[in-house]
Design a protein around this ligand. Structure first.
Ligand code: XMP
Length: 317
């Protein structure tokens, strides 16, 4: 029978054998899979694992700093790379969702390639690929699609020529979580909702600016921390907020306002392929709406998305 302890023991031994004294590069995303993959490889080869965590400026509020800190606490050899400006520059003026995804994928590859060149004589690329990623080769929106379309245009970046090591390739998500918990990775990382690679860029409808990102980060932070405070977070598969490209009329004191609208989205799902909108309690929604409108300047209206997938998708872009 499969147990996380036995999986860890045999995998670490195999990794040691396979990698020997070579150097491995791995991109951390803050998500469960890359974190668990990193910890397994770390147990096998320690400081010869070089982790790279890129701040694309599209993460949740404080996420980059918090997660980088957790990684360092876990003993990982990790470099945080602030590439916010490069991503914002590439996104400037883009409104089409696929164009935004492509730009983000392209800049990520550029930044990652540049950083990986700092690691002299690396032989391996570590990846957090899990079993469903292996079998679900078709993901129109996924980052791999972005990488593929990039391939067709230019040459292969150097890090993609490395040998690939994928210690989670045979595992399902729940097994990855068990392994992660057994490795002592904090619940803050193991229990987190999925978050798309392009991040808040596909939750800001229309073009991306640093100002819009800052507004959405505040809104999202209020929503997510309220879910955590009320114990609802673990009952939801994924949650987030969308910044809509419209303004609506409101009133504050004696004054008429004309400000932004945000939509909140929370779904239950097994694998993201289908999803139901969450019937969050009215009192909860009322509190979150009040807090957002009172605290986030520039937002005067909150709506809740009551669409299921299909035919709606989880993200709005
Ligand atoms: P949709 O919106 O297609 O989302 O119902 C299903 C799941 O996929 C995530 N998602 C993405 N993840 N890159 C990613 O890494 C993307 O471009 C992307 N688009 C959607 C979404 O957050 C949900 O979990």
């Amino acid at each position: 029978d499969w147990t996380p302890d036995q999986f860890i023991e045999s995998t670490v031994a195999e990794l040691r054998e396979q990698i020997g004294g070579d150097k491995v590069i791995l991109g951390l995303s803050g998500g469960v899979d890359s974190s668990v993959a990193a910890m397994l490889i770390h147990q096998a080869i320690g400081k010869n694992l070089y982790c790279i965590f890129v701040d694309n400026g599209l993460l949740r509020k404080n996420e980059f700093e918090d997660v980088l800190h957790s990684y360092k606490d876990m003993g990982l050899n990790v470099k945080g790379v602030d590439a916010k400006d490069q991503f914002y520059a590439a996104l400037a003026g883009l409104t089409d969702p696929e164009a935004k995804r492509k730009a983000i994928g392209r800049v990520f590859i550029e930044v990652f390639d540049q950083e990986s060149h700092q690691v002299e004589d690396a032989k391996w690329l570590g990846q957090g690929t899990i079993y469903p990623d292996v079998i679900e080769s078709v993901s129109v929106k996924g980052p791999s699609a972005t990488i593929k379309s990039h391939h067709n245009v230019g040459g292969l970046p150097d890090f993609m020529k490395l040998k690939v090591v994928e210690p989670l390739k045979t595992l399902f998500k729940d097994e990855v979580r068990l392994v992660g918990r057994t490795l002592g990775i904090s619940e803050n990382i193991i229990g987190r909702h999925p978050f798309p690679g392009p991040g808040l860029a596909i939750r800001i409808l229309g073009d991306i600016t640093a100002e819009k990102v800052a507004i959405l980060q505040e809104v999202d932070h209020i929503f997510i921390s309220s879910l955590k405070k009320t114990g609802l977070y673990d009952q939801v598969w994924q949650a987030g907020a969308m910044l809509l490209p419209i303004q609506s009329v409101g009133v504050m004191g004696d004054e008429r306002t004309y400000e932004r609208v945000v939509a909140l989205r929370a779904v239950t799902s097994v694998d993201g392929m289908t999803a139901d909108w969450c019937h969050l309690p009215y009192e909860f929604l009322a509190d979150v709406s009040n807090e957002i409108i009172n605290k986030v300047r520039g937002v005067n209206r909150v709506v809740y998305d009551i669409s299921s997938k299909p035919p709606a998708t989880i993200e709005w872009e």
